[in-house]
Write a protein that binds this ligand. Sequence first.
Ligand SMILES: [Zn+2]
Length: 180
Amino acid sequence: MAIVTICFIVGFAQYNCMSLIDFREQILKLTDFNEAFELVKLAVNAKFNMHRAGLSLILQGLPSRIGAYHILGSNVIVVNRTILDIIRQHKSIEEYNSYLFMVLAHEYLHSFGIVDEFRVRQMSYDLCSSLLGNEHPASIMAKEDPSALFPELSLLRQNKFDEHFEVVKNFDTAGQSYIQ
Ligand SMILES: [Zn+2]
């Protein structure tokens, strides 16, 4: 009986927290990587009650089949700058921000030590569809593949890792003061 009560409270708290934030609206308003990642953290905490801090973001030209990656056990997320640039040039702000949200959410989930790709994809889709609806661009990309919305990406023919990379400044610093 006690367990049932606890579950109910957790469920209710999550419902309240999620209903206070209009994630669709927030995605439209994102202006930089830090804001995108803060929204991802808020979403993952609301949906899965998981949080961590201290990640670094690196932008680098990567082979076109890789959207982003996280080295397990590290605190680094590397996002493919070439793909970001193409989406920004050819698509709406909502689609660009949705891609950023989805790709950061995917790598953030890996950073909790979840290795299983299928599980991370399923969690990303659950996250996006429950907070944004299953018709939202982020949900569609999480379910299928970014090229489902951006056929331009299939024209990309990059096969190598760029030597140059950029570390995003002040990334993921908001939560550190009280967590560490
Ligand atoms: Zn993955």
